[in-house]
Write a protein that binds this ligand. Structure first.
Ligand SMILES: O=P(O)(O)OC[C@H]1O[C@H](O[C@H]2O[C@H](CO)[C@@H](O)[C@H](O)[C@H]2O)[C@H](O)[C@@H](O)[C@@H]1O
Length: 246
């Protein structure tokens, strides 16, 4: 059984640069990628956190940068998107890799698979394509097999997630994204704190700890590089809220 982690202390954000996962950390998981909701309270919380931390805040997500900006309704926030492949820096610069040829064909292959399995959703992303089987869990094994075959055949990275599997461009992860964003002048001298729920967040938990900061796991106890734990999205939002009361 995995050792549990304590609650993060109330002053963890003092002198910190804050890195936040999105799905399953700031918003509850929903039945499909388009079904998540960002309410006014969360938008206000992100603004208050940004003020508290003098702009030392970024979201690190598996979603693309544009998608995160559209959901939070603020295109000025620093975001590492597509699992760290895209970086939108605090000063507004954007680094994106070249989109390799062939992803449209992967989407077509996945869509063909999904067409005969109602409930399975294909999510097209700038540097990848994902199969979501949350609404058809019995399609898990076949979805993984298809994604693994495509990733191996095309030399791409196989990304696991919650009730989804993705074929994407490799070369970055959330840990490399955190380290890259810590090089921004705005983050100089700060201690990174990363908060996230998924196994895809583990490289960022480890990177935060390696740079003298800490990871906070959201969810049930498990093997993790996080130093602290909060039980769910509601607890994560309440803890962040308490760190910067309105
Ligand atoms: O790194 P994150 O910000 O946590 O993003 C991870 C993936 O989140 C989305 O998928 C997940 O959330 C969906 C909506 O709640 C849910 O339906 C799905 O089962 C989850 O896997 C998003 O669609 C992906 O692109 C992200 O990679």
């Amino acid at each position: 059984m995995a050792a549990d982690r304590p609650r993060p202390p109330a002053d963890l954000l003092t002198g910190a640069a804050l890195f936040l996962d999105f799905d399953g950390t700031l918003v509850e998981l929903a039945e499909s990628p388009d079904a998540v909701a960002v309410d006014a309270r969360l938008r206000a919380l992100l603004h208050r956190l940004s003020r508290l931390l003098d702009g030392r805040i970024a979201i690190i997500s598996g979603r693309p940068v544009d998608g995160v900006h559209a959901l939070i309704g603020d295109a000025s926030l620093a975001v590492a998107g597509s699992h760290g492949l895209e970086i939108r820096w605090p000063d507004g610069r954007i680094d994106v890799p070249e989109r390799p040829e062939g992803f449209s064909r992967i989407v077509t292959q996945m869509q063909h698979f999904a067409n005969s399995r109602p409930g399975v959703i294909v999510e097209e992303k700038p540097f990848g394509a994902a199969l979501h089987y949350r609404n058809r869990p019995e399609a898990m094994a076949e979805s993984h097999a298809l994604a693994a075959a495509i990733a191996e055949g095309d030399g791409h990275y196989l990304q696991h997630g919650k009730m989804m599997v993705e074929v994407r461009l490799g070369g970055a992860d959330k840990g490399s994204a955190l380290k890259t964003l810590m090089e921004a002048p705005e983050m100089a001298g700060a201690r990174p704190v990363f908060i996230g729920d998924d196994v895809t967040d583990e490289p960022a938990m480890a990177a935060a700890a390696a740079l003298g900061g800490a990871g906070v796991l959201v969810g049930d106890a498990r093997d993790t590089a996080a130093i602290y734990r909060l039980p769910d999205v509601a607890a994560a939002l309440a803890w962040l809220d308490a760190a910067c009361p309105a």
